[in-house]
Design a protein around this ligand. Structure first.
Ligand code: HEM
Length: 456
């Protein structure tokens, strides 16, 4: 049993072998799942037994911080699972266009024209670019470039992820509603979101009333998916859009920044990945980029996946709260109210699963895919021709993460654009900015600079 505030090294989790064990976090115990059979039991448990929603609600005190409506309505999930995923080819040109504009405004504006290396504060820069490009698909132009809207949507997750646990762990139950009122009055997330979205929603409603909207974005899909009595509730749509931004922006920004730190500290990957991008993507015609062409960038896919393997979201993933009695297949019982989570780092660094698990091997997964496909003919390798989903970025987990196809597309476009236009390196050659840990949660270094230079 451990009480920890800082880094939780994966070996901490190995000493218990394949057994379930409890882990002390500030304010609560968590049952940790690592062995294959336990992980399978965990994934197969239905929501009304091991609940993700209730775990998130409890950990982030969502009913106090953002209110019941944020938790209770969930129609953004089908909008992501069906409409967003079905429209990926359609939205791709807009996404790439906004990524280019984002790089021009956020990166090029710092580089000037002298061709010298210049420092870019990576996490901040890419959170801004990713917020813009994601929102080009969520709400379109011009709102996706509005400064206040971008600050609001990208800071929302940070505010929630910091203040929610503080309210839970520092305050007694009776003071939490009061803290929630202060949180809401101070940040005014919902009100500010309403201010930005109200005119847009009215406009869409008018278009729909006069024969349908031409728009193909998240706002339209939310309006299509909302229960009939909610379609015209501006409040509800604004809340859903906050939720979509909450799940999409910080996860993608952290994942991209981790990969950038790997690339910049191991720049020998740059020419190989750049050559692959040049082979499949036309740099002079960004609107010609397709899902299929990006799918052929198998080394890039592998590089991003390897980065996610070694530098994910932290030591414990996918928290669940037992809402009914649950029995694992080995007979271990847990009772309602117990938190359960998977030992993500320990699984990703397990030498029984990965060879040389602590080494970053950017082409670990593409090599496996190539060998499974046709070891003799890598040039004609056909990435989508077999059942190699496990070795792709989108196959990160047997659990169905609704945003993974969009996230994967966005990450590849961002990295391909970067490779085609910039050289990158770390200020101290070969030294990757160290991750920042708080308890079992990890983040890419927040204040690290990466040196950028335009290549033409
Ligand atoms: C690299 C980026 C991303 C990572 C690493 C990531 C990871 C995750 C994880 C670990 C969960 C929790 C799953 C669980 O506990 O079972 C989750 C949930 C979710 N993600 Fe993502 N995600 C990413 C991007 C996105 C994007 C871009 C979207 C939307 C466009 C999205 C939408 C969602 C939604 C809606 C849920 C909640 C699912 C539910 O309630 O059933 N994610 N994601």
């Amino acid at each position: 049993m451990y009480l920890t505030f800082l880094h939780v090294p994966a070996p901490t989790f190995y000493q218990y072998g394949d057994k379930l064990f409890t882990f002390a976090q500030v304010g609560q115990w968590v049952v940790v799942v690592r062995a294959k059979d336990h992980v399978r039991d965990f994934y197969n448990a239905p929501e009304d037994v091991l609940s993700m929603e209730i775990a998130a609600e409890e950990l982030l005190q969502l009913h106090h911080t953002v209110g019941r409506q944020f938790c209770d309505e969930t129609y953004h999930i089908p909008a992501i699972k069906t409409s967003l995923n079905q429209n990926l080819a359609e939205i791709l040109p807009k996404l790439v266009d906004e990524i280019e504009r984002g790089f021009i405004d956020v990166v090029d504006s710092k580089l000037g024209n002298d061709g010298d290396w210049k420092p870019i504060r990576a996490l901040d820069a890419f959170t801004r670019i990713i917020c813009r490009s994601s929102n080009r698909v969520f709400v379109g132009l011009p709102l996706c470039r509005n400064d206040d809207y971008c600050k609001l949507t990208s800071h929302f997750s940070t505010n929630l992820l910091v203040c929610g646990p503080m309210i839970k762990f520092l305050l007694p139950e009776f003071l939490r509603p009061l803290a929630g009122i202060v949180f809401r009055a101070f940040f005014r997330h919902h009100e500010r979101m309403l201010k930005h979205l109200r005119p847009l929603i009215r406009d869409r409603q008018n278009q729909r009333a006069h024969g349908g909207s031409e728009m193909n974005d998240m706002l339209t899909w939310l309006m299509d998916t909302a229960p009939a009595d909610n379609e015209y509730s501006t409040e509800s749509l604004a809340m859903r859009m906050l939720n979509v931004n909450f799940v999409a922006i910080h996860t993608t920004s952290k994942t991209f920044t981790h990969a950038l730190y790997h690339l910049a500290s191991k720049p020998f990957y740059v020419p190989i990945l750049r050559a692959e991008a040049q082979k499949h993507l036309d740099d002079n015609e960004l609107s010609s980029w397709t899902k299929e062409a990006l799918g052929r960038c198998v080394k890039l896919d592998s590089f991003l996946k390897e980065s996610q393997r070694l530098n994910g979201m932290g030591a414990l993933w996918m928290p669940r709260m037992a809402v009914n009695d649950f029995t694992f297949s080995d007979g271990t019982k847990i009772s309602p109210g117990t938190f359960v989570a998977t030992a993500a780092t320990a699984i990703h660094e397990d030498e029984e699963i990965y060879e040389r698990p602590l080494d970053f091997e950017g082409f670990r997964f593409s090599t496996i895919r190539e060998q499974r496909n046709d070891p003799k003919d890598h040039d004609n390798f056909e990435p989508d021709s077999d059942d190699d989903w496990k070795f792709r970025l989108t196959g990160t987990s047997p659990h169905c993460l609704p945003g993974r196809f969009f996230a994967s597309l966005e990450l590849k476009c961002l990295m391909a654009y970067l490779l085609l236009h910039y050289d990158v390196k770390t200020p101290v050659e070969g030294v990757r900015p160290p991750d920042e840990w708080f308890g079992p949660t990890s983040n890419p270094a927040r204040n690290a600079d990466i040196l950028f230079r335009r290549i033409f």
